[in-house]
Design a protein around this ligand. Structure first.
Ligand SMILES: NC(=O)C1=CN([C@@H]2O[C@H](COP(=O)(O)OP(=O)(O)OC[C@H]3O[C@@H](n4cnc5c(N)ncnc54)[C@H](O)[C@@H]3O)[C@@H](O)[C@H]2O)[C@@H](O)CC1
Ligand SMILES: Nc1ncnc2c1ncn2[C@@H]1O[C@H](COP(=O)(O)OP(=O)(O)O)[C@@H](O)[C@H]1O
Ligand SMILES: [Mg+2]
Length: 283
């Protein structure tokens, strides 16, 4: 398994074209949140906004609109119970992330099916948290032709792969991933998170126990959304998104016993600027 080098950050995060506008940085739809889990939707969408997605729409339950609008005024809101509007948004966004705080209600199951049934080749679907639990429990096939990125923690991967945590070896993870969808990317979240794609596997050597805080994975989903929206779907983009989350986490951990997801989100623009400048200096 190859270790992901920090140089990937300088390669992926490049200075912005002065003549660009929000349309150049991708439209993203995040389907997240429920009565019980509003915070997950807020963290995922503010991570997407702060990591540079051009335009972010958050589809959630209307009772969370005012909290979302007051915390992340940059994001637009959509009621995910409105099937017609939701379908329009699924068709019109380049990146669709689904799952953080969604819960496993019948509405949530319908949302996961709507995404998998209506996305196409030029789109990316990021499946996290409750979306993965639903896919495992309802045995929903990953049939979309869109790029798929799954981000389970070891417990979610156990549900999806039927592999107990001690059985989650490199060889068995490949086998289980290919049985689910041979072209999907798996990000297996743990201490030293791993990426599996086709016959390749990678690991980050960043991240710390201060990051063991609720909402940390929801934040990673938002960063992946922001990165794929603006830098495009590629293995390098995915590696950079996974790495920057933990690299910022490590910088904060030097002076903080606990690393809050919202603090990582706050630092994204500053560190992305630093990594983009390092590219300029090298050239
Ligand atoms: N502020 C919020 O609104 C939050 C909402 N959340 C949402 O809560 C819902 C349930 O997600 P959870 O992940 O809490 O619960 P899950 O039930 O999906 O997963 C937890 C289970 O996985 C096991 N597990 C094994 N290895 C693990 C690992 N490395 N990391 C985490 N768990 C591991 C645990 O022991 C436990 O049995 C999701 O929709 C999630 O997005 C969480 O993200 C926490 C924050
Ligand atoms: N001890 C640890 N070392 C490194 N990274 C960790 C550690 N604990 C948690 N993380 C990271 O925090 C994130 C937790 O994701 P997840 O369990 O989905 O959180 P949540 O669902 O609460 O948002 C993952 O990216 C994981 O790698
Ligand atoms: Mg999670």
């Amino acid at each position: 398994m190859e270790k992901i080098s920090k140089t990937i950050l300088n390669q992926v995060i490049t200075p912005r074209n002065p003549e660009s506008y929000k349309g150049n940085y991708g439209k993203a739809l995040i389907i997240a949140g429920s009565t019980q889990f509003g915070g997950a939707a807020i963290l995922a969408s503010s991570a997407a906004v702060n990591s540079g997605a051009g335009l972010v729409t958050i589809a959630t339950t209307p009772e969370k609109f005012s909290a979302i609008n007051s915390t992340i005024p940059e994001a637009m809101t959509l009621d995910y119970h409105n099937k017609k509007e939701l379908l329009k948004a699924i068709l019109n966004n380049k990146v669709i992330a689904i799952g953080p705080g969604l819960g496993t209600s019948s509405v949530a199951i319908g949302l996961v099916k709507a995404v998998l049934n209506n996305t196409k080749t030029d789109q990316t679907v990021i499946l996290d948290a409750s979306a993965l639990t639903i896919i495992a429990e309802e045995k929903i096939p990953l049939q979309t032709t869109a790029h798929i990125i799954m981000t389970p923690h070891q417990g979610e991967w156990r549900r999806l792969s039927q592999l107990g945590i001690p059985e989650q070896t490199e060889a068995k993870n490949f086998e289980a991933l290919h049985a689910l969808n041979p072209d999907a990317v798996l990000i297996l979240k743990k201490h030293g998170s791993e990426i599996y794609y086709q016959d390749m596997s990678f690991q980050i050597t960043a991240g710390n126990a201060g990051m063991a805080t609720g909402g940390m994975g929801d934040t990673l989903t938002g960063i992946l959304t922001g990165f794929v929206s603006q830098f495009g779907y590629s293995l390098a983009t995915i590696q950079a998104a996974l790495l920057i989350h933990s690299v910022i986490g490590d910088k904060l951990y030097k002076k903080n016993y606990v690393v809050l997801p919202s603090k990582i989100i706050e630092k994204l623009p500053k560190y992305m600027n630093e990594f983009s400048q390092q590219t300029t200096n090298k050239n």
